[in-house]
Design a protein around this ligand. Structure first.
Ligand code: XMP
Length: 512
């Protein structure tokens, strides 16, 4: 049994980020509903409690409150933002609405030497997002840090080991936030850091076994990081009860099917069905040039093929997906805000309800880098674990305009050359994405003594943290020269190469 920190969730958008930071400190945590009785936390043997932030105000009549007995559990408590206000409110201090909402960066002045801030400088740039603030401390509490708008930006009751901080230590924008969380876990709660990704795998394996029982699981394997790691993890748990389906939609990169099939059938011995349905997709895409229509056709056809494949597998009760935590927030954000739909991502949001399958999403709480760590620990090769993202609609959105077998052949060859050179130069693993786009415009060239009239290939290489924003990569001219020469000399059908130097926004990463 690992030392466990309870994170009580009050609806903050950062609750999962808090859990992630705790994992970064090699400590196990569980997220609990905010109303969980203190007795349950005691029975679970938690060694510390973190109260998350949240959108409510403690002054609201129906504000979500934790069981007040948590303050008497004799384990340390840390309240973050709304959590700090809860402590002040429930322990009879005073919380007032601020005149000014404190949002964004603030300078935190650390007053008294304190265990939570041990090893940190006297001033920190921290990130805030709150309206209310504490105006009177409860008995037994001391203020330990302040900011311009919050005289009690951090508070402590050293006897009961209860701490509150007004800012968000879990977000990247707070300097040394991880250090503060680590201090709380190790110096206050006494956690030794006894948890690792290997433990995550063991826990997932048991929980997958328990959930699935004797049932069958089906998973759409794309060969990307997320579905590959999900497949390897679920396979470790239930072996041949898992069937993977790989759909070759005819829009894949060079040799992609062979690579994925080889890896998962031969190395992992996974039951993998391959649907070779390229001609079906291409038939449906014939004559279609509108990007959204192309995406819809590809998405719909994928679902049809997948459903057919399911029938041939027999009765599966579970559909496994490599959904990650950022996908979860992104799809929620999109659901609540129709204006946020810029491109329809067909593989986010799951397959239609009529399939009546239960979802199995073992990576749902993890972030991308954590998924990579899990993948490596499961023995997946570097080429898979560190693979650049590839869109569900594949080359269908990289052949601009109508997708034809001829254009796909040209694009595949150009893209392979780019890939080889990015690997050779070491750029592939340093950046977010690099790929070619076929522009369906013909231009005149001259080769030997002959005039050519062929397509243009664009090189797109971007840096990004999360694909929400991106900038083009300043690749060395010599590398660009090699790529351009090779494409023009080796790819029949392309006689010109250009470089995409647009950032996102206002452009997007993919061209369609
Ligand atoms: P955009 O073009 O929207 O792309 O700037 C952002 C990131 O998402 C990838 N992308 C997709 N991924 N299904 C996916 O799984 C899709 O339909 C899809 N469309 C774009 C894109 O490659 C980039 O990394």
């Amino acid at each position: 049994m690992h030392q466990t920190i309870a994170v009580l969730d009050f609806g903050s958008q950062y609750t999962q980020v808090i859990a992630r930071r705790i994992r970064e400190c090699s400590v196990y945590s569980r997220i609990y509903h905010h109303s969980t009785p203190a007795a349950t936390l005691k029975a679970d043997g938690v060694c510390g409690v973190i109260l998350s932030g949240g959108p409510a105000s403690v002054l609201d009549r129906d504000a979500p409150l934790p069981d007040p007995a948590i303050y008497r559990l004799k384990v340390p408590v840390l309240g973050i933002c709304y959590g700090l206000q809860l402590i002040a409110h429930q322990l009879r201090g005073k919380v007032n609405p601020s005149k000014k909402r404190e949002y964004g960066h603030a300078d935190l002045k650390i007053g008294k030497k304190n265990v939570i801030f041990r090893g940190l400088p006297g001033t920190l740039r921290v990130w805030n997002s709150h309206g209310d603030h504490v105006t009177r401390l409860p008995r037994g509490f001391l203020g330990i840090a302040s900011s311009e708008n919050s005289p009690h930006a951090a508070i402590e009751d050293p006897k009961r080991r209860i701490y509150g901080i007004q800012f968000h230590p879990e977000v990247d924008h707070t300097d040394q936030g991880l250090h503060i969380i680590d201090n709380f876990l190790k110096r206050v709660c006494g956690c030794s850091g006894d948890w690792s990704m290997a433990d995550f795998i063991d826990q997932s394996v048991s929980s997958i076994r328990e959930t699935v029982g004797n049932g069958r699981v089906i998973l759409g394997l794309s060969g990307g990081v997320d579905s590959s790691v999900a497949a390897a993890l679920i396979h470790r748990a239930i072996g041949r009860q898992l069937t993977c389906v790989f759909v070759d939609n005819g829009l894949l990169r060079q040799d992609e099917r062979g690579y994925v099939v080889d890896l998962f059938r031969r190395n992992f011995r996974i039951d993998l069905r391959v649907e070779k349905v390229g001609s079906l997709f291409l038939r449906k895409l014939r004559g279609v040039t509108n990007p959204e229509t192309k995406r819809k056709i590809i998405g719909r056809t994928f679902v049809q093929v997948f459903e057919q494949s399911l029938k041939s597998v027999g009765s599966a009760e579970f559909l496994a997906q490599g959904t990650l935590y950022p996908d979860v927030i992104e799809s929620i954000a999109i659901e609540n805000n129709p204006a946020a739909l810029i491109k329809s991502h067909h593989n986010v949001g799951g397959l239609p309800k009529r399939m009546k399958l239960k979802l199995l999403e073992p990576l749902r709480e993890l972030f991308k880098d954590e998924v990579r760590a899990v993948g490596s620990a499961l023995g997946l090769p570097k080429e898979v674990v560190w693979r650049q993202p590839f869109p569900g609609p594949g080359l269908g959105v990289r052949v601009v305009g109508e997708v034809t077998p001829h254009r796909l052949r040209i694009l595949r060859k150009a893209d392979l050359i780019l890939h080889e050179e990015m690997m050779e130069s070491g750029y592939y693993y340093k950046i977010w994405q690099s790929f070619c786009v076929l522009i369906p415009v013909k231009t005149v060239g001259v080769m030997g003594d002959e005039r050519t009239y062929e397509y243009v290939i664009a090189i797109r290489a971007v840096e990004s943290r999360d694909a929400m924003t991106a900038d083009w990569v300043r690749m060395p001219y010599d590398l660009l020269r090699i790529i351009s020469n090779r494409i023009i000399n080796e790819v029949k059908g392309a006689n010109r190469v250009c470089l995409d130097i647009s950032s996102k926004p206002p452009s997007t990463i993919e061209w369609e």
